[in-house]
Design a protein around this ligand. Structure first.
Ligand code: ATP
Ligand code: MG
Length: 401
């Protein structure tokens, strides 16, 4: 007998009480999206578990895809039987023989949530252990470190057998935790920051600042490609592309050089916050990591953060570059980020910006300039593109936008 379904355990979800229904709904939707090319599968849900009925689709490919879905604690390819003991024994032996290799040891782990079942946990272990030992010559038990752990779940509705427990991505289903605006440059860090926010359930929209003609079309394409990688994980992502040239030129003219970077960041943050407000986001996400560059010292963050009281999530704040790079390779953004490009900041920003800018000073410099009309214009002229997951022709989520 082949595996006919995949049993999915929610993990952290189980503790979320009232929100449970919404969480399960989001998880189901996300799984459906990731498995959209497998037309025959069906998804069944009950309070404790989710099942993907394979209906002949390729289980190996599905297992690989499920590893990237947030909100899954672990999952197991499984088979289902009724509670007739002979049917159960046949199924167990059949499955076991498929996996067993000469010399393998085994144990049985039983979970029995059907408390009325006539055998208790020990009884099930003994019955099925004996059945396997009788039918497979040379088979040995090893309860500490078995090669095969046959798991039997006796639930109210049916019995499930499986031999593997595959670790899921953990976290919470994307979309179950509100929306944040990801400030997305073409660098290595910000896509990773977006990914880690999604891990905790946050849905993202991306905001990118560009300065034509100083930054080129291929810089823009880079950001579109990075967003597409994130969309593969979360579903369609709205990308806001903000024209920033006028503001940067004004800054260059009016703000002392060693403070121009601080003001640039403050304006980016203000504009992102305005786009957030219009799109009903609840937070801003950046790829900042403490001490990495001049704009990422605590003093800088203090002076920049001053322009908004919106929560700013900085998932990378304590990470070293090498740790960030490791994640960027996993989510397949590293090579895209590494393509050469012109960043709007590096084009204008001086080679030695102040590492310890003073908030009062930057406020003073900015007080001579009226940025408001330019901010309004930048927001008005922002281009919005909905980026859908790469491999799919049509994405059901895009209808929501
Ligand atoms: P990254 O690798 O994400 O570019 P970085 O190490 O180069 O980060 P900075 O250039 O100081 O650091 O940028 C810090 C953060 O500011 C970025 O992670 C990103 O969130 C935001 N940011 C920088 N440039 C842009 C941009 N052109 N558009 C949108 N956000 C930006
Ligand atoms: Mg950068």
């Amino acid at each position: 007998m082949n595996y006919d379904r995949i049993l999915i355990r929610f993990g952290e979800l189980s503790t979320k009480g009232r929100n449970r229904k919404a969480f399960i709904y989001k998880l189901r939707r996300n799984i459906k999206r990731v498995l959209r090319d497998f037309e025959q599968i069906k998804i069944e849900v009950n309070r404790e578990r989710m099942f993907i009925l394979l209906n002949g689709e390729n289980g190996f490919e599905i297992v690989e895809l499920l590893k990237s879905v947030f909100g899954i604690q672990s999952f197991s390819p499984a088979i289902k039987t009724d509670k007739e003991i002979e049917n159960m024994k046949d199924a167990a032996l059949d499955l076991f023989k498929k996996i067993y290799q000469e010399g393998n040891t085994f144990k049985i782990t039983t979970k029995r949530s059907d408390k009325r079942y006539f055998l208790d946990t020990n009884g099930v272990n003994q019955t099925f252990g004996a059945h396997l030992l009788k039918n497979i010559p040379g088979l040995k038990v090893d309860v500490k470190n078995p090669d095969i752990n046959l798991q039997i779940e006796i639930r109210d509705e049916a019995v499930y057998f499986s031999c593997e427990n595959i670790l899921g991505a953990g976290g919470l289903p994307v979309g179950s935790g509100g929306k944040g605006m990801l400030m997305l440059s073409g660098g290595i860090d910000s896509p990773v920051a977006g990914f880690l926010s999604m891990k905790r359930g946050v849905e993202i929209e991306a905001v990118h600042f560009y300065s034509p003609p100083f930054t080129s079309e291929r810089s823009k394409q880079k950001v579109i490609d990075l967003t597409a990688k994130l969309a593969n994980i979360s579903g369609a992502v709205k990308l806001h592309i903000v024209p920033f040239t006028d503001i940067q030129q004004l800054i260059q003219k009016q703000i002392p050089e060693n403070y121009s970077m601080t003001t640039t960041r403050r304006l980016m943050l203000q504009i992102t916050d305005e786009i957030r407000r219009k799109n009903e986001g609840l937070a801003i996400i950046t790829g900042e990591s403490l001490g990495q560059v001049a704009s990422q010292t605590l003093e800088s963050m203090y002076a920049i953060n001053d322009v908004t009281s919106t929560p700013i999530l900085r998932p990378l704040i304590t990470m070293d570059k090498s740790e960030i790079i490791d994640i960027s390779r996993i989510i397949d953004t590293f090579d895209i980020s590494n393509r050469p490009y012109e960043d709007c900041c590096t084009v204008f920003v001086p080679s030695s910006p102040k590492t310890k800018p003073k908030k009062e000073k930057v406020q003073h410099f900015e007080s001579y300039i009226d940025f408001e009309p330019l901010i309004t214009k930048a927001v008005e002229n922002t281009e919005v593109i909905v980026i859908t997951p790469q491999s799919s022709q049509q994405d059901p989520l895009s209808e929501l936008f």
